[in-house]
Design a protein. Structure first.
Length: 226
């Protein structure tokens, strides 16, 4: 019952944010969006007692910088500096996720998946190049560098999530890997909408995939000790 109530609170937060996005009610969006990572981070900390301490610390840092990114990107349309600093916050979060996933592999003491199947990296490289080429002519010099670096970090994060295959509990891998893919989808939609062409209901699609991504990664990390 307690877990149901806690998740019902999360449901209200998510619905409130998506309602604000859909109807473009800024005060509603600004009220609920910062609460998403607060809930995810708090839920994780309250349920992470059996996990490796360094792993918990890395996850907390990733959640905090994601929270910073959420807040900064809310104002990205008003001032470009907010967009860039939001991008920087998420860049840090992606890098921390990379070290976090690597930590879970090291804890398992098993051989990483990509050492056995390195050709899977080609999928990430091809996807990254495809999206970057699509955006390239619409980016100024600063953004060409910023988007390239962020995309490299984002795809590396998902590749490291894939690298966990066979190194721990299957449910932990599934949650984290699916979450990483949804993160790519969410950020790709942001980039295409901002730099290529408007996407109908972009805010709804972006936030839905983003919220699912962060939630699944968090749940997958908790399954590490299952």
């Amino acid at each position: 019952m307690k877990k149901f109530i806690i998740h019902f609170v999360f449901f209200i937060v998510v619905v409130g944010d998506l309602f604000g996005e859909f109807y473009q009610i800024k005060w509603l969006d600004y009220s609920f969006k910062p609460m998403i990572m607060v809930w995810i981070g708090s839920y994780f900390l309250f349920n992470a007692r059996r996990l490796d301490k360094k792993m918990v610390q890395l996850a907390f840092v990733a959640f905090v910088f994601s929270w910073f990114g959420d807040i900064l990107l809310m104002f990205g349309e008003k001032k470009f500096i907010f967009f860039l600093t939001g991008l920087l916050s998420f860049l840090i979060a992606q890098i921390v996720y990379i070290f976090l996933f690597l930590r879970t592999i090291n804890i398992s003491e098993k051989k990483p998946f990509l050492k056995k199947k390195p050709l899977w990296l080609i999928v990430y490289i091809v996807y990254g190049l495809f999206v970057y080429i699509l955006l390239f002519n619409n980016l100024d010099t600063v953004l060409k560098v910023a988007v390239f670096i962020y995309m490299a970090a984002l795809l590396s994060m998902s590749a490291m999530a894939l690298n966990r295959y066979g190194t721990g509990h299957p449910a932990s891998f599934n949650y984290v890997f699916i979450g990483s893919i949804l993160f790519i989808v969410s950020d790709t939609l942001i980039a295409l909408n901002k730099f290529l062409a408007p996407i109908p209901y972009e805010g709804i699609f972006v936030m839905t995939t983003y919220i699912c991504a962060q939630y699944l990664i968090m749940k997958g990390l908790l399954k590490q000790s299952a």
